[in-house]
Write a new protein. Sequence first.
Length: 419
Amino acid sequence: MSSKEKSGPLPFVVCLLGIGAFLMGTTEFIIAGILPELATDLGVGVARAGLLITAFAIGMIVGAPAMGLATLRLPRRSTLVLTLTVFAAGHVIAALSSSFTVVLAARVLSALATGAFWAVASVVATTAAGPAASARALGVMVSGSALATVIGVPIGTWAGQAVGWRGTFWGLAVLAAAAALLISRFVPADEQRATVSVRSEFTALRQGRLWLSMGATALITGGAMAAFSYIAPLLTDRTGISAGTVPLVLIGYGIGALTGTNLGGRLGDRKPLTTVTGAAIGAALILLLLIPLSHYTLPTIVLVVLLGMTGMAVPPVVTSLAVRFAGTAPTLAAALAVSSFNIGIAAGSWIAGSALDSSLGLTGPALVGTVMVILALAPLAALGAIRATRTTAPRTPVATESGPEAGTPHESETHPAAR
């Protein structure tokens, strides 16, 4: 394949899926921006309100593989429309309720739909882009989620402070309904493809490196989100930033995340393991520095931006690897990649909430995040050792870093167009 083909424009469907990713990212991260207002309105403490973040993550953990398998025989376009419809319904239920329990259940319902959307959309995007640009396509799609932190979360936070969190939820429901119509109109119908059974999907998971990469992903993402989930109280009560300025800081985080997803996607097609390891080391250092420097405004803002960049560089790379490992049965692998992100988010936000209520106080979440990301270096080291073994094994064809790290032969060996 020529460099021109590799670097050419991605299919329009990838950008379209980014719209759905924008809504999914907004609803997942918005709670961090409106946590104090939501807790006050529902009559619960901030740490308890943080369970809405944990519950959403758990819903995605279950929803991504379960709904991915349940909709395996449905046309992918129909599945995407269905998930956006259920997503909208979950937000309407939450906006109409004054019960914390009902809102919690509605968040789980929305999360189930979100997990299914990510699993199917990841396969659609990588299939449309082709193997040589799969990580870049996912980087662009995930940019929709990162853009949510630049536009969606700050606007939603401002709206939550101005008219209440319910207004934010109503807005998300309306936008999800509009996105469902847009996707039903412009996403092409499935081309004829071989029917994939549930058994073949499970068979495709016999990859030890897949589970190591997912473990690393859970720890890295969970560590970054442990700190981000409780960033609002840290900024207002420790750094001394006014509540009205918090959305501006979240925009900075979103710009960092947007940069990280695209950079991670571009680097991940060639050097996936190096990209993920570099992001992990960077995130660990940033979280560690956030503990002593969060008393100071400018350093804190810079570190929050860099945290978005390093934390969000991981998802497109690992999801691309998951789809590549699975071969002709990628749906469950992509779904489990989504689950691994959210296992980390659920664990990180839950432990961070406990740390926030402990003697560690406002810096507890950052400390939890630091430990989690450092632990991620163990499975990454194991992946590096496997790569080194495969590279030095007798009669193994010489390949660039992308081959051994991705678990596939060099591109020229697998794609006729590259010859």
